[in-house]
Design a protein around this ligand. Structure first.
Ligand code: KG4
Ligand code: ZN
Length: 391
């Protein structure tokens, strides 16, 4: 089965073509094509992701990404077909994605219908205008090619990305636990089985990725500053720089599995207010912040692992690219701590948003595929990732 997957929930426009042989979770996978455009350079100027700008950029790049992924896969070489009757309908489906319907039709006139069996598309959570572009585009090509659509949850995609190893998904032991850390989410998910999830902990305010980005901004680094904080913190550890400020560990002893990161960011703000900081001061502060954030994440993870008798622990989402967090989570699996625990980390290129993870989650949910007519093109928005929260 060949899946085409689409991800447009935030600021990455990504399309992949993935061949799956066998049934989930025993299938083997081959990535035939993978195209991703990051809008970060565009959003950086504004200090965060503006949903309307994200939408505009998705509209401008989604067809080139489709073309690139299909070309890479070698599946775009079939001759152009007789155009189906439904053409006016296609342009109508994309009437809110200005010009995209015409672009798609002109592409279609010179290219054939590729041998795609299903289209997986992120239907949420994410930025509403951004999600609509992917979902409407998926519906339009599903009509053109007469293939079913599988709506995919972005967070389930992150989970699958973390357990994916080149050609297959790892066999995990249930109940498993996933710690999902991204720009919009910080949550602990108890996985009772494939697709059976219970949220057992979540942030009460900012997501941890958001806190990384805000602290970076306070230090004068451009959006998204999470990776920069990680880099500076590593340098501070290497140089053994002394503590710059004492920071709180919010909700460390709250007894539940919830998080809070907004107070930590505020503590950083007050701690550096009015100070002139040297480069080493910034490194030390980045390290102090990273220590505080990671300590809370690891402590809650530890509590949850013990509480639910977990043997498979999954770290996923953009912040899982952070090497200090990766090491600290991996270190839970020790003979003294949790000897039976297996920790799954995404390979770095699959840590942040991508469409391979959407293909994997789509395959897992192939049973929920809908015909283009039945696919209602709905989305589940989550304004959390918008610039409004980046103050
Ligand atoms: O999953 P993701 O790509 O997008 C969302 O679904 O939100 O996560 C993006 C978040 C951003 O906040 C970014 O700063 C953070 O992940 N991030 C990192 C690192 N790489 C990405 N945070 C800390 N250290 C990193 N190396
Ligand atoms: Zn994400």
């Amino acid at each position: 089965m060949i899946l085409l997957s689409i991800e447009t929930s935030c600021d990455e426009t990504a399309i992949s073509i993935v061949e799956a042989t066998g049934e989930f979770p025993h299938a083997t996978y081959k990535i035939l094509g993978n195209a991703l455009f990051s809008q970060i350079d565009i959003h950086r100027e504004f200090g965060g992701v503006f949903p309307a700008i994200a939408k505009r950029e998705h509209i401008a790049t989604i067809l080139p990404m489709l073309e690139k992924a299909l070309h890479e896969s070698g599946l775009d070489s079939t001759p152009a077909p007789e155009l189906p009757e439904t053409i006016p309908h296609i342009t109508e489906l994309l009437n809110r994605e200005f010009g995209l319907g015409d672009q798609l039709m002109s592409y279609h006139r010179t290219h054939g219908i590729p041998p795609i069996d299903a289209i997986a598309v992120t239907s949420g959570p994410g930025l509403e205008p951004a999600l609509w572009v992917g979902v409407n585009f998926a519906k339009a090509i599903a009509y053109l090619w007469n293939v079913p659509v599988i709506p995919v949850d972005h967070m389930e995609g992150h989970i699958l990305a973390s357990i994916f190893d080149t050609h297959h998904v790892h066999k995990i032991t249930f109940p498993a636990l996933a710690l999902l850390v991204s720009g919009g989410h910080t949550e602990l998910i108890l996985m009772k089985d494939w697709g059976r999830y219970e949220k057992v902990g979540q942030t009460r305010d900012d997501a941890v990725g958001e806190a990384f980005d805000k602290v970076a901004r306070l230090l004068g680094f451009p959006y998204p500053g999470g990776p920069e904080i990680g880099k500076l913190a590593a340098e501070a550890r290497e140089k053994n720089l002394p503590e710059y400020i004492k920071l709180p560990r919010p909700m460390l002893n709250s007894g539940d599995l919830d998080f809070s990161f907004s107070g930590l960011k505020t503590a950083v703000r007050y701690g550096i207010e009015g100070k002139t900081m040297s480069d080493d001061d910034k490194k030390a502060l980045a390290r102090d912040f990273e220590n505080a954030a990671v300590e809370v994440l690891v402590s809650k993870a530890r509590t949850a692992v013990a509480r639910y008798g977990i043997q498979s622990f999954i770290l996923g989402g953009g912040v899982s690219a952070n090497s200090y967090l990766r090491k600290a989570i991996a270190a839970l699996s020790t003979p003294q701590d949790f000897p039976d625990l297996h920790v799954y980390l995404p390979e770095p290129s699959l840590s942040t948003d991508n469409s391979i993870m959407i293909a994997l989650a789509g395959h897992a949910r192939f049973g929920e595929a809908l015909s283009p007519t039945d696919f209602a093109a709905t989305i589940r928005a989550n304004g959390n990732q918008s610039i409004d929260t980046l103050s």
